[in-house]
Design a protein around this ligand. Structure first.
Ligand code: CA2
Length: 143
């Protein structure tokens, strides 16, 4: 059986749809998950969110071992986490980084990115559609 595609979401993404819709849109994380489930094309998803850096590192390691690919929105850990960078560097499956907003067009503190140098690809600024693009790519890359 094909291995699952892991969709990993970092800190505060559980708040999507409740605040700052002008930046992050109106969809909740459950809405994003449900839309992805309609596009799985027979594949299975492990869709998760955590506010914990260590848990996110554990999940990256798990996904590298048990998954086919990782779609990762690391939230603010994107800009701070060398631990996450190291876990991604050790990863043996494709990693597609996703951001709802485009951090490159935002505050100076979002210009540091520890995920992108260890990722296969980055999609930013497309809102929830970025997750769809990432899933389509992950499915094709691991068919
Ligand atoms: O654009 C993205 O997807 C981000 O990963 C979102 C992170 C941010 O720190 C990154 O720079 C870019 C923030 C996620 C928090 O989302 C919230 C949603 C609603 C209310 C408050 C936070």
């Amino acid at each position: 059986m094909t291995k699952p595609i892991y969709v990993l979401n970092g800190p505060n993404l559980n708040l999507l749809g409740t605040r700052e819709p002008e930046i992050y849109g109106h969809d909740t994380l459950d809405d994003i998950r449900d839309a992805l489930l309609e596009r799985v094309d027979g594949r299975t998803l492990e869709f998760r969110q955590t506010n914990s850096e260590g848990e996110l590192v554990d999940w990256v390691q798990e996904a590298s071992r048990d998954g086919a690919a990782i779609i990762l929105n690391a939230g603010a850990y994107t800009h701070t986490s060398i631990a996450l960078h190291d876990a991604l560097r050790a990863c043996t499956v494709p990693v597609i980084e996703v951001h709802l907003s485009n951090p490159a067009a935002r505050e100076a503190f979002r210009q540091t990115n520890y995920v992108a140098p260890a990722a296969t690809a980055t999609i930013a600024g497309l809102g929830p559609r970025g997750y769809h693009v990432a899933l389509d790519a992950a499915i094709r890359m691991t068919a």
